[in-house]
Design a protein around this ligand. Structure first.
Ligand code: ADP
Ligand code: ADP
Ligand code: MG
Length: 624
């Protein structure tokens, strides 16, 4: 086994690789940028080397800096993770030239698969079916449009150097072709430094199916079955699963054999993924599945394969890089159950998935499933890198059970104040069409209306907020509340504040039980993967505004049980002013800010109607 490994990456994948390294007794070396100084992967490594500023082009993407860090720490090997330099053949070569072990395929294999057009030509020769289209030398606009016309629309223009879902344009008709080509080439030049493109027939009801392969340096290649990554948003994977639903044994064998052939054709060593696109309009069939590209690295979604095969793919990478043979033969590999992974991102689905950065004041992730996280409570999500917070990986005996487990886990995510896609993921995993495996790459775009949660609180949220804001005085109030309802009296209502708005809601004994936290600056309610700032409304002082005066009104009809302040008294934010009781429950009314009590109109043991003014607090600055 290797003595030590330097991980030329960050975040969750750096931690993931270190976990296995530690178990195998391999010394770990992290490299980090100034922006990542305080992240877990830096402190968890045996050694960590600062390699430059936040901008990846001056740190994680600079081969010399990484090689220097490797020299300084006497690293034996370099693991590139995914993204960054992982598919950079020159870097792989430089690592080997420096006398280090490169935990990845030979540079020649990376190069052979690096450009999509060359890779497809190679695959064609190796007898692997490729996506129909044009991948010729002639890239003049007129020739490309003529080829697109011949292929028939819709057509996909792809940058040959593209990756990460970038540099791709779908074109619906000939008249739009040249504009789309220009836009695609501009994007490709900016992102990949070259603008060559190829054309592909846009596949009907496309499903993204990929095969995990492994080769060793003795020429053996095996596959670890397929993953389905059809749930995508803008060509980027959102939820991945293994195995692929609806895959019959014959189609699986044909597909996996093709992937092994693809890997053999380039002398593959280590972990790789062969990506295929399937026309699933009539189910999965080997005759309608074509090679798309090969990713010559460990994939983000590798944990679903680990779950169903019971193998540690990073351990496999380490063993193969150490010169060992493949840990298992093909016939020893089997599929156990079903696994699904969701990518939890710091982004706001209701603003079109804009990234949401900032400090993670509160993080609570569900237990009972595998979670690969790059950050923890107290860490910061910065704008410099991919805003992934964690991957949630559910494994169960059946697909239905895995989906339910995943949905449940996503709904249990509690993060504040950074916005996340947790609620969106929970809805997606619980969606009836998803459960029925009626999926293709257009699924999310088609169903965005139901999958993207509303930024407005639902009745469920409001009732949960009321329940959270009405703490029981002693015995279980929900028992008495239930009795109250059975007594056929009208159900109580109250006002609650959610964000900046006030809502009237039923006080329901059936309300969902949600977690709430007190941030010291307000209460946050977590329900179904969403976070809501809640409170008792204060007239004239919506949250976030710096109103000078706070009028404390009765949020519900009830009895004044206690008056804890007198006019003229100075109070601090959150200090108890009054207690109002209703239905054997007590509600505390607190000072909305530091100030002076200017009026107390409530008298103890009197009955007040909802909306009655009980007291007024004015901000200190206004008085003195
Ligand atoms: P996977 O199938 O492993 O999810 P992706 O294509 O989504 O692969 O890429 C994995 C990571 O690498 C992502 O963080 C993505 O942004 C990044 N990435 C992939 N290819 C490129 C590229 N050519 N340039 C920049 N980043 C890339
Ligand atoms: P990248 O290098 O960015 O990962 P890919 O070639 O793997 O690019 O394609 C990314 C995604 O775009 C696929 O997962 C699939 O959803 C979609 N896609 C690619 N090619 C086609 C095609 N010919 N027809 C329909 N969808 C496609
Ligand atoms: Mg791809």
């Amino acid at each position: 086994m290797l003595e030590s490994v330097l991980i030329a990456n960050r975040g969750e994948i750096a931690r993931r690789i270190m976990r296995t390294a530690r178990r195998l007794g391999v010394r770990t070396i992290a490299v980090f940028s100034e922006a990542d100084r305080h992240l877990p992967f830096v402190r968890e490594a045996d050694e960590a080397v600062l390699i430059g500023p936040a901008d990846a082009r001056e740190s994680y993407l600079v081969p010399e800096k990484i090689l220097r860090a490797a020299r300084e720490t006497s690293a034996a090997a370099i693991h590139p993770g995914y993204g960054f330099l992982s598919e950079n053949a020159e870097f792989a070569q430089a690592v080997q030239d420096a006398g280090l072990i490169w935990i990845g395929p030979p540079p020649s294999a990376i190069r052979a698969m690096g450009l999509k057009d060359a890779a497809k030509s190679l695959m064609l020769q190796a007898g692997v079916p490729i996506t129909p289209g044009y991948m010729g030398e002639d890239n003049t606009p007129d020739r490309l449009r003529a080829e697109a016309d011949a292929i028939g629309y819709p057509v996909l223009i792809k940058a040959v150097a593209g990756g990460g879902g970038k540099g791709m344009r779908r074109v619906e008709q000939s008249a739009d072709f040249l504009d789309a080509l220009g836009a695609c080439q501009r994007e490709a030049r900016a992102a990949f430094g070259q603008d060559r493109v190829l054309l592909e027939k846009y596949i009907n009801a496309p499903r993204h199916i990929e095969v995990q392969v492994f080769g060793d340096s003795f020429g053996s290649v095996v596959h670890l079955f397929e993953r389905d990554c059809s749930l995508q948003r803008r060509h980027q994977k959102v939820i991945e699963e293994a195995p692929a639903p609806g895959m019959d044994p014959h189609t699986r064998r044909t597909l996996c054999d093709a992937a092994v052939r693809a890997a053999r054709a380039v002398g593959y060593v280590g972990a790789g993924t062969v990506e295929f696109i399937a026309d699933a309009s009539e189910g999965l069939d080997a005759s309608r599945i074509w090679f798309m590209e090969m990713n010559t690295r460990l994939q983000v979604e590798h944990p679903v394969t680990e779950a169903i095969t019971g193998q540690d793919l990073v351990e496999w990478q380490f063993r193969i890089a150490s010169g060992e043979t493949l840990p298992l033969r093909q016939e020893d590999l089997t599929i156990d159950g079903w696994a699904m992974e969701a990518r939890l991102y710091a982004e706001n689905p209701s603003t079109g998935f804009l990234p949401s950065t900032g400090r993670l004041m509160h993080v609570s992730l569900p237990g009972g499933i595998r979670i690969d996280a790059g950050v923890e409570q107290g860490d910061e999500v910065t704008p410099f890198y991919d805003p992934m917070i964690a991957k949630l990986i559910a494994h169960a005996p059946t697909r239905d059970a895995a989906a339910i487990r995943l949905a449940h886990a996503c709904a249990g995510v509690e993060i504040w104040p950074v916005q996340t896609n947790a609620a969106f993921l929970a809805r997606t995993a619980a969606d009836a069409d998803f459960i029925a495996a009626r999926i293709d790459t257009g699924f999310i775009a088609r169903k965005a209306g139901t999958l993207v949660p509303s930024p407005e609180p639902s009745v469920r949220v409001l009732e949960a907020a009321a329940r959270a804001l009405l703490p029981p005085p002693s015995s279980d109030p929900w028992v008495s509340l239930a009795g109250f309802r059975l007594g056929a009296e009208p159900c109580a209502t109250m006002f609650v504040r959610v964000g900046n708005a006030h809502y009237r809601t039923d006080v329901s004994p059936d309300a969902s039980h949600a977690t709430t936290i007190d941030t010291g600056d307000g209460n946050i309610l977590f329900l179904d993967g969403q976070a809501w700032e809640i409170g008792i409304p204060v007239a004239g002082n919506a949250a976030g505004e710096s109103a000078a005066s706070g009028t404390i009104v009765a949020p519900m009809p009830g009895q004044i049980l206690g008056v804890h302040v007198a006019p003229g008294e100075a109070v601090t934010k959150g200090q108890l002013l009054l207690v109002i009781g209703a239905m054997k429950m007590e509600l505390r009314l607190d000072a909305p800010f530091d100030g002076i009590v200017t009026e107390v109109s409530a008298a103890p043991n009197t009955q007040v109607a909802e909306g009655t003014i009980l007291a007024r607090v004015e901000m200190k600055a206004q008085i003195t």
